[in-house]
Design a protein around this ligand. Structure first.
Ligand SMILES: [Zn+2]
Length: 293
């Protein structure tokens, strides 16, 4: 049961060698039996978002999040990341709009990060890697009865991805950072209440969206990804606390929880849509305007 919960509860984490973002392949986390775990699907995640190849979709409205901080339950270290989990029995905390045809309920959020500031994110933008990435995981409660069912099905999940870069201290994140030492060890869980994750969204509402997969087993292709264009900033001391967590349980040889990301996957026959007009096309348009005028 615990195993199932770990696999299903942890939306994505994987510390191994990754297209230039190298961690020793000898250090495979137990969740991955080997790099060949990749099932060869056609809609796997994460991907490199190529800005010039993304297609502006004028009908993509901004996403709308409505989170009730009273639904925040606890935080726990599942051995791959730390998860803040929410009560998903009702529609009190949902995301809707954008590419989503109906509201999706918030289940949990978690992060991926690197051993240092040179890598850590799962997605990249024109090959640019960020030191960390936040994932807010939601499930389609109109189509499916449970999170576990939605994971396995078409349009089952919606994940908001937010890039994290090094910069200013993030005051709202600090409440979370302060509690992390209490979940340092694998399988530790502690009460964590009244946290509204919308405080972690960037102020700019622009995003890219594409069809993809979970980035941990079972790697099912059930995810509508919504990747926010603008990163949020955290400072070095906050990332340092992320890196002080452990993959290991009490009594085991300590292994720091770092590089918990999956390698990039091929885009294959997919289109990344953007909710905004790419700046490059805008400038071309203006240039053409000037020449015509
Ligand atoms: Zn994830």
């Amino acid at each position: 049961m615990l195993y199932l919960f770990l696999v299903y509860g942890a939306e994505c984490v994987a510390p191994y060698c990754c297209g230039g973002r190298l961690n020793s392949p000898l250090m495979l986390h137990p969740i991955w039996k080997g790099p060949l775990d990749i099932p060869g699907g056609s809609r796997q995640s994460p991907i490199d978002i190529r800005v010039r190849d993304s297609v502006f979709h004028p009908n993509l409205a901004p996403i709308s999040t409505q989170y009730d901080p009273n639904t925040c339950l606890h935080i726990w270290n599942n051995g791959y990341s730390f998860l803040v989990e929410y009560d998903d029995c009702t529609n009190k905390s949902v995301v809707s709009g954008g590419p989503l045809e109906n509201p999706y309920r918030l289940k949990q959020f978690h992060f991926h990060w690197g051993a240092n500031n040179d890598w850590g994110s799962e997605h990249t933008v024109d090959s640019k890697v960020f030191p960390a990435e936040l994932h807010l995981v939601h499930w389609n409660c109109s189509r499916y009865r449970t999170f576990e069912e939605a994971i396995m099905e078409e349009n089952g999940l919606a994940v908001i991805g937010i890039f994290i870069k090094l910069g200013r201290h993030h005051e709202k994140l600090q409440k979370l950072v302060d509690i992390l030492p209490s979940v340092r060890y694998k399988e530790s869980l502690t009460e964590f209440n009244y946290f509204d994750p919308s405080c972690l969204l960037p102020t700019c509402s622009d995003y890219w969206t594409y069809s993809g997969s979970l980035t941990t087993p079972p790697l099912t292709e059930s995810v509508t990804w919504i990747m926010m264009k603008k990163p949020i900033e955290v400072d070095h001391s906050q990332l340092a606390v992320f890196r002080s967590l452990l993959y290991t349980a009490v009594g085991e040889e300590e292994k720091n929880m770092v590089d918990n990301f999956r390698p990039l996957q091929p885009l294959m026959n997919r289109t990344v849509h953007s909710s905004f007009e790419p700046a490059l096309k805008m400038s071309n348009f203006k240039k053409a305007d000037v020449q015509a005028g």
